[in-house]
Ligand binder design. Structure first.
Ligand code: HPA
Length: 280
């Protein structure tokens, strides 16, 4: 039995990437990771081929029955894309290397640009429910890194530069597209918390003082792993609720999912505009 960090290491990822490339030798160069409540975006793909995670070697098994993770390969506005629907989280008990395994496999299969999406709680005044936030930067309070452990050089550097984690060109393209579509969209800093409990009002006040505009429990590990592989990263959060203490009612996961469903059309319109520009 390999050590825990080796169960989702480079050779396993290579095996998974080979499996995918056998099915689709011209693998897409763009990958999209769907966050909570954003699964409807899959319907924008034409000619999709959908592969359950359980068929892909070493992919994480998603915990929730009936919500099996799937990788969808198809075309969005004629651009070939690989879409991961079914993210796994550290708070579910997955190891950091498992959480980032799917995005790493996409990187090894040929993806060069990854668009990560998520739901998030709004902290900044601009971060109102239903708005989109393009990540300008992040605060990692998750307490772990997918790069921790023995360094395998095949992934890239150990001490990865995070000073420009979010690709400037992609951020600009996203903000320009949002402007031309009159979408309510702003750029901001995402704070990643371990969860699964939502934050306390005191934690949100502290995050605000530290410069966070929105808060969530995902995305950052994938950003770190993607940057190690030198992929270009764009991350977009849909603000699904005001963060703890900033709204009268208590936070509920159902509310987060419902807001995701309502907001996914805005996100789809934004991607409609951005994706054709990523073909070159
Ligand atoms: N906090 C943390 N994660 C979240 C939130 C929140 O308020 N909303 C959606 N994901």
């Amino acid at each position: 039995m390999p050590a825990r960090h080796e169960q989702h290491g480079y050779s396993q990822a290579l095996r998974a990437a080979c499996y995918l490339k056998e099915r689709l030798p011209q693998f897409p160069r763009v990958g999209i990771v769907l966050g909570s409540g954003l699964g409807a975006l899959v319907s924008h793909l034409s000619d999709p081929v959908s592969i359950p995670y359980s068929r892909i070697p070493h992919f994480p098994r998603t915990a929730v029955e009936g919500h099996a993770g799937r990788l969808h390969l198809g075309r969005w506005k004629d651009l070939p894309v690989a879409m991961l629907a079914g993210r796994v989280h550290l708070y579910e008990g997955y190891a950091p290397a498992e959480v980032v395994f799917p995005v790493r496999v996409l990187g090894l299969a040929g993806v060069q640009t990854v668009i990560l999406t998520c739901a998030a709680g709004g902290i900044a005044p601009a971060a109102d429910v239903g708005r989109l936030m393009v990540f300008s930067d992040h605060l990692n309070f998750i307490g772990s890194s997918p790069l921790a452990g023995p360094h395998d050089k095949r992934w890239g550097e150990q001490f990865v530069d995070m000073s420009q984690a979010y690709d400037t060109r992609l951020r600009r393209a996203a903000m320009k597209a949002a402007g031309s579509l009159a979408l309510k969209c702003f750029e901001g800093v995402y704070a990643a918390m371990p969860g699964p409990q939502y934050e306390t009002p005191a934690e949100i006040r502290a995050l605000k003082r530290l410069g966070a505009d929105a808060v969530g429990m995902s995305t950052v590990p994938e950003v770190i792993a993607s940057r190690q592989l030198n992929m270009h990263v764009l991350a977009i959060a849909l603000i699904s609720n005001r963060a703890a203490g900033l709204a009268r009612q208590p936070l509920r996961h159902g509310e987060v999912l419902a807001a995701g469903m309502r907001g996914s059309e805005d996100l789809a319109r934004l991607l409609d505009r951005i994706l054709p520009g990523l073909g070159g």
